[in-house]
Design a protein around this ligand. Structure first.
Ligand SMILES: NC(=O)c1ccc[n+]([C@@H]2O[C@H](COP(=O)([O-])OP(=O)(O)OC[C@H]3O[C@@H](n4cnc5c(N)ncnc54)[C@H](OP(=O)(O)O)[C@@H]3O)[C@@H](O)[C@H]2O)c1
Length: 269
C-alpha cells in the first residue's frame, strides 16, 4: 500500500494578511445619490477606498461627494444614466484617466416604480424597469469589467433583490429584472473567473429607502411585508454596507457566482 504524499498547498492568487483591507481600493458605486448606494459609497470611503459616484441627479450625488470629502476622500462624480451606453463609456473613461484602473464595481442603481398586477403593466413601464435594472447593470459591468480584466482582476457586486428568487405580487417587471441580474452575474462569473474578475450578487430584503417608502407606509402592505420578515423590522441602509465591503474585498477572494442575501430572514421560510 502506498502512502499518499502530503497535500501540496495551493497559494491563493490574492492572499493578503489583512484581507478586508480596502485602503486605496478603487470602487465605482452606481445609484450612489440615495438609499443603499449612498450608504455603501460612504462605507467604502470610511474604509479608505477611493470612490466614484454615479446617479442622474447632479445635486444629490454632489451632496454625497461633499460628505465623502469631509471624511478626507476625493470622490469622482460621474453624473449620468446607467442605461445610457455613451454615458457609461465616458464614466469608465474618466475612471481610467483619474485612477488608471478599477478594483470594484457596485451596481446599485435601480428602479421599482410599478406596483400593479401584471395584466395592467404596459409596454413602456415594463421596458423602463428592464432598461435601468438589467441593461444598466450589464452596461456598467461590461465597461468596468474591461478595465478590470486589463488590470488583471477585480470584483463586481450586483445589487439584486430577494425578488430575484422569491416572487412578489404586483412586481412582475421588477422581479424579472432581478432574476435576470442573478443569471447575468453567474454567467459573468464563469466568463471572467480565470482572468481574476469575480462577480457576485448581493440581494437585499426590505430596507428603509425611498424605493420602499410607499409600501412601508401603506396601511395594508406594511403589515404584509413585516409578517414575512422573521426579524420583525425593515433593514436600515447601513446594514447592507459590510456585506458589500466583504464582496468587493479580497476577504471574499474564493467567492464568485454566489448570491449573498441580507433580508432579516425573509427567504429562510
Ligand atoms: N431598498 C430596498 O429595500 C431594496 C431591496 C431590494 C433591492 N434593492 C435594490 O437596491 C438598489 C438600490 O435601491 P435603493 O433602495 O437605494 O433605491 P433608491 O433609494 O430609490 O435609490 C436609487 C438610486 O439609483 C439611482 N438611479 C435610478 N435610476 C438610475 C439611472 N437610470 N441611472 C443612474 N442612477 C439611477 C438613483 O439616483 P437618481 O434618481 O438621481 O438617478 C438613486 O441613487 C436597487 O437596485 C434596488 O432594486 C433595494
Amino acid at each position: 500500500m502506498t502512502t499518499p504524499s502530503a497535500p501540496t498547498s495551493v497559494p491563493g492568487p490574492r492572499r493578503t494578511s489583512v484581507a478586508f483591507d480596502l485602503t486605496d481600493h478603487r470602487v465605482w458605486v452606481t445609484g450612489a445619490s440615495r438609499g443603499l448606494g449612498r450608504a455603501m459609497a460612504l462605507g467604502f470611503a470610511a474604509a479608505g477606498a477611493r470612490v466614484a459616484l454615479t446617479a442622474r441627479s447632479a445635486g444629490a450625488v454632489q451632496e454625497v461627494a461633499d460628505e465623502i470629502e469631509e471624511l478626507g476622500g476625493k470622490p469622482l462624480v460621474l453624473v449620468g444614466s446607467v442605461s445610457d451606453s455613451a454615458a457609461v463609456s465616458s464614466s469608465v473613461a474618466a475612471i481610467r484617466e483619474s485612477w488608471g484602473g478599477l478594483d470594484a464595481l457596485v451596481n446599485s442603481a435601480g428602479v421599482s416604480p410599478i406596483f400593479k398586477r401584471a395584466e395592467l403593466v404596459d409596454d413602456e413601464e415594463w421596458r423602463h424597469v428592464l432598461d435601468v435594472n438589467v441593461t444598466g447593470s450589464f452596461l456598467c459591468a461590461r465597461e468596468a469589467g474591461k478595465l478590470m480584466l486589463e488590470g488583471g482582476g477585480g470584483a463586481v457586486v450586483n445589487i439584486s433583490s430577494i425578488h430575484g428568487q422569491v416572487g412578489m405580487e404586483r412586481m412582475a417587471a421588477y422581479s424579472a429584472s432581478k432574476g435576470a441580474i442573478d443569471a447575468l452575474s453567474r454567467t459573468l462569473a464563469l466568463e471572467w473567473a480565470e482572468r481574476g474578475v469575480r462577480v457576485n450578487t448581493l440581494s437585499p430584503g426590505y430596507f428603509e429607502t425611498d424605493m420602499t417608502e410607499a409600501l412601508r407606509g401603506h396601511r395594508k402592505w406594511r403589515g404584509h411585508l413585516l409578517s414575512k420578515i422573521p426579524l420583525g423590522r425593515f433593514g436600515v441602509p447601513e446594514e447592507i454596507v459590510s456585506a458589500a465591503l466583504f464582496l468587493a474585498s479580497d476577504a471574499s477572494g474564493f467567492m464568485t457566482g454566489s448570491n449573498m442575501v441580507v433580508d432579516g430572514g425573509w427567504t429562510a421560510a
